[in-house]
Design a protein around this ligand. Structure first.
Ligand SMILES: [Fe+2]
Ligand SMILES: [Fe+2]
Length: 361
C-alpha cells in the first residue's frame, strides 16, 4: 500500500501524503486526493497545513499535479492554524479554490480572508454525502468536540480512507508512517492534551464503527496512519481513555496522579537504568519525607495520602537530593509527564518567569 513519488507517500490509489516529516514531536500531515474520470480531474487537498509545510507541498504537488495552483478544493477538518493556515495562500494562487468545511469551522476560518462565494458548508449536502463531479462519493462524518464542536472527518468511499483530523492523531515518539502498538504513548498523550472528554471520543468512535463499508485506512492530521487490524485496536483503546475534563474531574484525579507517577517512574527507569532506578526507589522508600505519603504495590506506585501537591513536592525534593547532576533532565521528564496528564505543575517546576513572585512584585 505504500510507495513514494518524490517525497510524497502514496497511501491509496490517487492518494498521497504530501507533507514531509520535519523531525518534530507534533508533525502535521497534509493529504492529496486526486479524483479522475476520463480526462476530468479534481485535486482535493485535505487539511492544507502551515507555512512550514510549503517546501514539501511545492515539491510534491509540483510533481503530482503540476503545482500549488492546481489544487481545486481544500477540505478543512477544523479551524486550527496547523490545519488551515495555507488555505488563503492556495486561494491566492488559484482564485477558484473551493473550500469545504462545517459551518462552525467556516465562521472562524472566514477570518483568514477566504472568498465566501467559494465555500460550501458540508451540512448542506443531504445525508452529509457529496458526489464529486468526477463521480466519486464522499461522506462527511462529524466528530463533535474532537476537539472542536464543528470538527468534521472526511470519508472517501472509493479508497475507504477516513481523514480524521486531530482525532486519532498522535505525537511522534516513534518515527514511522503507519502505527503499531509502539505508537500508543504518542496517541494517548496527544488525546489527553487536546481532547475535551471521553464521552465526545466515544461518539466519534461510534461514528467510525458505523461506517459502511468500513475504512481500511485512517489518515489523521498528526502522527502515523492507522491501517488494518490497528483500526479496531486503537478505536477500543481510545474510547476507554480519560482525557481533558475527565482527568481533572474529582473522581479521576487520584487515579490520574497515580498513573502520572507510574509514568514518571517508567521514564526514570529508562533514564537511570534499572539498577540505579531500583536503588533510587529504595532511597525514596527509606526517605521518610516521601514514603510516609505514598504506598507501593507489586505494580509500582499505588496510592498516596493527602494532597497531591505535597506528595509531588516531597518526591521532587527526594529525587533531586539523590541525583543532583541529572536534575535538569529529571525536571524535563516531570514537566512533560505532568502536563501530558493535564495536571498543574507544582511551583518548583514552573519556569522562573512564571513564578508568582515574578508576576506580582
Ligand atoms: Fe486542532
Ligand atoms: Fe491539529
Amino acid at each position: 500500500m505504500t510507495s513514494t513519488n518524490g517525497s510524497a507517500l502514496k497511501i491509496a490509489e490517487d492518494t498521497y501524503q504530501v507533507s514531509t516529516p520535519l523531525g518534530l514531536h507534533l508533525e502535521s500531515n497534509v493529504y492529496l486526493r486526486i479524483y479522475r474520470n476520463g480526462s476530468q480531474q479534481l485535486n482535493m487537498l485535505i487539511d492544507p497545513g502551515a507555512k512550514r509545510h510549503l517546501p514539501a507541498l511545492q515539491q510534491n504537488l509540483g510533481s503530482l499535479i503540476g503545482g500549488l495552483d492546481k489544487v481545486n478544493v481544500a477540505f478543512i477538518n477544523h479551524q486550527d492554524p496547523d490545519v488551515v493556515f495555507n488555505t488563503a495562500y492556495f486561494q491566492e494562487l488559484n482564485p477558484k479554490l473551493f473550500v469545504l468545511c462545517s459551518e462552525d469551522t467556516w465562521r472562524l476560518i472566514d477570518f483568514y480572508g477566504l472568498n465566501p462565494r467559494l465555500y460550501k458548508g458540508v451540512e448542506s449536502f443531504p445525508g452529509l454525502r457529496a458526489k464529486i463531479n468526477t463521480g466519486q462519493l464522499i461522506d462527511f462524518v462529524p466528530s463533535r468536540y474532537c476537539h472542536f464542536r464543528g470538527s468534521m472527518m472526511l470519508y472517501d468511499r472509493e479508497t475507504r480512507v477516513l481523514y480524521s483530523g486531530d482525532f486519532l492523531g498522535g505525537l511522534t515518539y516513534v518515527e514511522s508512517s503507519y502505527v503499531d502498538d509502539r505508537h500508543w504513548e504518542g496517541i494517548r498523550t496527544f488525546h489527553q492534551i487536546y481532547m475535551p472528554s471521553r464521552q465526545a471520543m466515544k461518539l466519534a468512535v461510534e461514528s467510525i464503527r458505523n461506517l459502511d463499508p468500513k475504512p481500511i485506512l485512517i489518515a489523521p492530521q498528526h502522527g502515523g496512519m492507522i491501517q488494518g487490524r490497528w483500526i479496531d485496536y486503537y478505536l477500543s483503546k481510545i474510547e476507554k481513555l480519560p482525557v481533558g475534563l475527565d482527568l481533572i474531574a474529582y473522581e479521576h484525579l487520584r487515579e490520574n496522579y497515580v498513573a502520572m507517577m507510574n509514568e514518571v517512574f517508567m521514564e526514570l527507569n529508562r533514564l537511570l537504568g534499572p539498577e540505579e532506578f531500583a536503588a533510587s526507589i529504595k532511597h525514596l522508600r527509606d526517605d521518610g519525607s516521601f514514603t510516609t505519603l505514598v504506598t507501593f504495590d507489586q505494580n509500582g506506585f499505588s496510592d498516596f495520602k493527602g494532597d497531591p501537591n505535597s506528595m509531588l513536592d516531597s518526591f521532587i525534593d527526594s529525587i533531586s537530593r539523590r541525583h543532583p547532576n541529572r536534575l535538569e533532565r529529571i525536571r524535563q521528564i516531570l514537566i512533560r509527564v505532568i502536563l501530558s496528564h493535564s495536571l498543574p505543575l507544582p511551583g518548583q517546576l514552573l519556569p522562573d518567569n512564571l513564578k508568582p513572585d515574578k508576576l506580582f512584585t
